[in-house]
Design a protein. Sequence first.
Length: 131
Amino acid sequence: MRRLVRQLSRFASVGALATGVHTAIYAGLGGLDGFSPMLANFVAFVFAFGFSYFGHFRVTFKEQLRGRSLVRSYAVQLRFLIVALLGLALNALGVWFVTDYLGSHFLFATLPMVFMVPLVTFFVARSWAFR
């Protein structure tokens, strides 16, 4: 149990930074002419993905990976990409729900980005991607 709490804490730290990157880029681009909230979300995802993968590989799940190299862990990279795409899909659903369905300001879509998506992706990454 202690190991899970430690790992969740590390995931939260890396994830908070990656979510901050995602949210800052989304908020910055979403208000610009020519950037729809969906396009801003995708661009933000691309930047946050790189940060997130490196951080989770080196910090969060390093014990599970037992010395595997960042470059040679192709299966982990592919599984993490799938988890990240799941996160992107959940974020896109949140953006659509908030902006199109509810007709609210695009910044309200940051709420599911910050609170819902990280929990889902932690448990999928822990149980599948970084095995």
